[in-house]
Design a protein around this ligand. Structure first.
Ligand code: NAD
Length: 430
């Protein structure tokens, strides 16, 4: 599975469907710039280790590049190129003024001490600092990076800017340099609401879909794979909004409510109580009143909405035929392989694509950047109300395309993205 090949395949599909300008599509197949470099890091034991690092800046027609940085042993050029292209589509679908980027370092952060991790993060920014910044490219956390790493990176960026000007200040040609990274801690210019933004954004999408399908929320039984940042907040907030959670899982396995003897129906799960159990025991598995299932069984659970919220490529041609859900809401990035997508489409299972379902995270990142640039910070209620507006608008734009184009939901979302990105490229004359 080569993610970049998948990304180009999808782009070709939509370009053909919309009969888009071939020259522009050729440009869009490649990142505008791909930074590849080695970082020499002095380890705590005095030895030097070299780490390969990347930053793919895919397209900037609609605004500065935006996208996460991941630290993982399997980071590679194909992956960052694909992820940067998907970020371009995601920002366009959300209607936020950014292009797409993605970065990464091939490393296993679990094997690095906190000091080594900090030095590696700072070294990455030193190499990239001429190519990033509030109006150039604004990185954010991704797999295995967090708000602490963003704080080190933002600090390093500010130090580089100050060193260039031989002075200590907050200005970088008028822009607050804290706006060079998002996903920062609250004490260093982070935004209220960022933590639950991706999960909550998904709930807004699901509520909008329920309205269109004219199905009451309590009828929408949901199974969620993954109980981390996205899965937990999604499940918690979906339950709060009136949806019913029937199954949950984490890397150790899944749980499903035991059947009630009186009617044979499964019991619903109380998400906060499951979280308290997980904090105590390390996993959702074993939660009282539930039966243990595997992650593969979770995918085939009897439910209305299946929510992959953990890993890539979990819905494949091997299990797509046995999925019982009527809707798949892709909260993880890339959980469905292209072959599985085709099977689900044939089976009339509606797949709400990741570029729409999980764009709540980058949307609140955008709010963080806006707040940094203004130097004016919003209360949580304001952030969440603005998030809702953007998610509902993105859904309605997508839905209109889905109804008129008669293509898969993924293609309908891509059509929306391409219309906006190609539109910006054309009007700029590039
Ligand atoms: P996380 O590390 O907080 O949580 C991941 C969860 O998945 C954990 O509960 C873990 O136990 C579980 N998991 C790991 N391996 C598993 C397996 N084999 N089977 C089932 N569960 C497994 O990560 P996250 O931030 O919640 O991200 C989850 C997904 O959402 C990723 O694909 C990420 O790229 C995507 N995403 C995250 C955000 C965000 O704001 N965090 C935004 C957009 C997309």
């Amino acid at each position: 599975m080569n993610p970049y090949k998948n990304a180009v395949f999808q782009l070709n599909q939509i370009a053909e469907l919309l009969d888009l300008n071939k020259e522009i599509i050729e440009q869009l197949k490649l990142p505008e710039t791909l930074h590849k470099f080695d970082i020499k890091l002095k380890l705590d034991n005095g030895k030097i280790k070299v780490f390969r690092a990347f930053r793919s800046q895919h397209n900037s027609a609609r605004g500065p590049y935006k996208g996460g940085i991941r630290f993982h042993p399997q980071v590679n050029e194909s992956e960052v190129k694909a992820l940067s292209m998907w970020m371009t589509w995601k920002c366009a679908i959300a209607g936020i003024p950014y292009g797409g980027a993605k970065g990464g370092i091939i490393c296993d952060p679990k094997k690095l001490s906190p000091g080594e991790l900090e030095r590696l993060s700072r070294a990455y920014v030193r190499k990239l600092s001429p190519f990033i910044g509030p109006w150039t490219d604004i990185p954010a956390p991704d797999v295995n990076t967090n708000s602490q790493i963003m704080a080190w990176m933002a600090d390093e960026y500010i130090k580089r800017q100050n060193a260039k000007r031989k002075m200590r200040r907050w200005g970088n040609l008028g822009a607050n340099p804290l706006a060079s990274f998002t996903g920062k801690p609250l004490v260093l210019g982070g935004s209220q609401g960022r933590e639950e933004a991706t999960g909550l954004g998904g709930v807004y999408i699901l509520a909008s879909l329920a309205q269109k399908l004219k199905i009451r929320k309590e009828k929408l039984k949901i199974a969620v794979q993954g109980f981390g940042n996205v899965g937990y907040h999604f499940a918690r907030l979906a339950q709060k909004a009136g949806f019913k959670i029937v199954s949950l899982s984490d890397s150790r396995g899944g749980i499903i409510g035991k059947q009630k003897p009186e009617n044979g129906r499964g019991r619903y799960l109380e998400v906060e109580r499951v979280m308290r159990w997980k904090k105590k025991t390390g996993s959702v598995v074993g939660f009282p009143g539930t039966k243990t299932i595997t992650n593969d069984q979770l995918l085939k659970t009897d439910c209305y909405v299946l929510v992959p919220a953990a890993l890539e490529n979990v819905i494949t041609k091997n299990n797509a035929a046995r999925i019982k859900a009527k809707v798949v809401l892709e909260m993880a990035n890339g959980p469905t392989t292209p072959e599985a997508d085709e099977v689900l489409h044939q089976r009339k299972i509606l797949v709400i694509p990741d570029v729409l379902a999980n764009c709540g995270g980058v949307t609140v990142s955008y709010f963080e950047w806006v707040q940094n640039l203004q130097g004016y910070y919003w209360e949580k209620a304001e952030v969440l109300a603005k998030l809702k507006k953007i998610m509902v608008r993105a859904f309605l734009d997508f839905w209109q395309n889905y109804q008129t184009l008669k293509v898969t939901p993924r293609m309908a979302a891509y059509a929306l993205a391409l219309e906006r990105v190609v539109g910006a490229m054309k009007i700029r004359g590039s």
